[in-house]
Design a protein around this ligand. Structure first.
Ligand code: CO
Ligand code: ZN
Length: 347
């Protein structure tokens, strides 16, 4: 899991994916026949097949984070979110401000210490606009190193917890890992496989829009994490998925309804190969599949999801077995799929 550690620890807020892109590029260079990036910064790796159509596989490289919005005369920073962190989980966290150099900061909300809070003040809901970063430096020094717009990421380290792995940015570096490992495993495949490590997914699937437009794929598979809300506080019908119960084959979310034939085929392959899987319906949220589907005159798409607890917190947690199942299902799918099979013929 050394690669997953490196992928999740690298910074890369939407629009500033340079560091993570460098890491992914090195990995793609070892697997692909051709690797390039486009004007948006999407990284596109081609692994040639036997010439039978084009499959686009997408996993987003960007992670949720912040930009520096304001520096006050005491040197405290205010934040613009890029992607939606759960504000309730941000109190007392450490961040890295990526200025001229990387600075560690304390994240706190503009509130009094708990000792002197009134009952009324304790009930106040936390909002991102109330948070600030303390860099422990005077304003003049801060302004020498930090500029408006500089990226801010959460400081967190990769850990194994039982049979699971936890860090920030499992969304969606886990998807990027599955893409790389699955393609590595696929020796022969009918279609040309375009691995796309997309940018700016967390602000609205923007990288997938342009890369699908440029590639004109015949079929698209997005890889992303999904909710595993199977912990105290939730009801079983709202779990979406369960951690450790296998790769999730997405039926729908608010960005796309997966191509029905494609869903059936993924299920059949999973059964045939004894790969643990679960079906997923996500009431709210989307993946790159939504953008790929709406490109050209329409593209058949599906999403393979990696169940994840505590999504959009710094403790995103995925299970070893789910990761393995996701890699195996994608690898098997690529090795036997002809994209043409999924275009409706009864038009
Ligand atoms: Co996300
Ligand atoms: Zn994601």
């Amino acid at each position: 899991m050394e690669l997953l550690k490196r992928l999740t620890e690298a910074p890369g807020i939407p629009g500033r994916e340079d560091k993570i892109r460098e890491i992914v590029k090195k990995e793609m260079d070892g697997i692909c026949d051709d690797v390039r990036s486009d004007a948006m910064g999407n990284l596109i790796g081609l692994k040639k097949g036997s010439g039978n159509g084009k499959i686009m596989v997408a996993g987003h490289m960007d992670e949720i984070g912040f930009m520096v919005k304001h520096i006050d005369d005491k040197g405290f920073l205010r934040l613009q979110p890029v992607g939606g962190f759960d504000a309730r989980t941000l109190m007392g966290r450490r961040v890295i401000v990526h200025g001229k150099e990387d600075l560690i900061g304390n994240l706190s909300s503009a509130t009094k210490p708990i000792h002197i809070l009134t009952e009324e003040e304790k009930k106040k809901e936390l909002q991102i606009k109330d948070f600030f970063i303390d860099l422990g430096l005077p304003s003049e020094k801060v302004k020498e190193i930090v500029e408006i717009g500089d990226p801010v990421t959460l400081r967190q380290e990769f850990v194994q917890i039982g049979d699971s792995y936890s860090n920030k940015a499992m969304d969606d570096r886990a998807g990027v890992l599955v893409m790389l490992e699955a393609v590595k495993k696929t020796k022969k495949h009918p279609a040309d496989v375009y691995m796309v490590a997309t940018v700016q997914e967390e602000v609205g699937l923007r990288g997938a829009v342009t890369s699908a437009f440029g590639l004109e794929p015949d079929l698209g598979i997005a890889l992303d994490v999904t909710l595993a809300a199977d912990f105290p506080g939730g009801e079983e019908p709202e779990y979406v998925t369960k951690l450790g119960q296998g790769v999730a084959i997405k039926i729908m979310d608010s960005s796309a309804i997966s191509n029905h034939q494609l869903v059936k085929s993924l299920k059949e392959i999973a059964r045939k190969k004894d790969i643990p899987y679960q079906m997923e319906i996500l009431p709210r949220g989307g993946t790159d599949a939504g953008a790929i589907q709406a490109s050209k005159a329409g593209v058949p798409v599906a999403t393979l999801s990696i169940p994840c607890r505590y999504v959009h917190t710094v403790n995103e947690m995925i299970h070893h077995d789910d990761l393995e199942a996701s890699i195996n299902l994608l690898a098997s799918f690529l090795s036997e799929t002809n994209p043409g099979d999924f275009v409706p013929t009864n038009r």
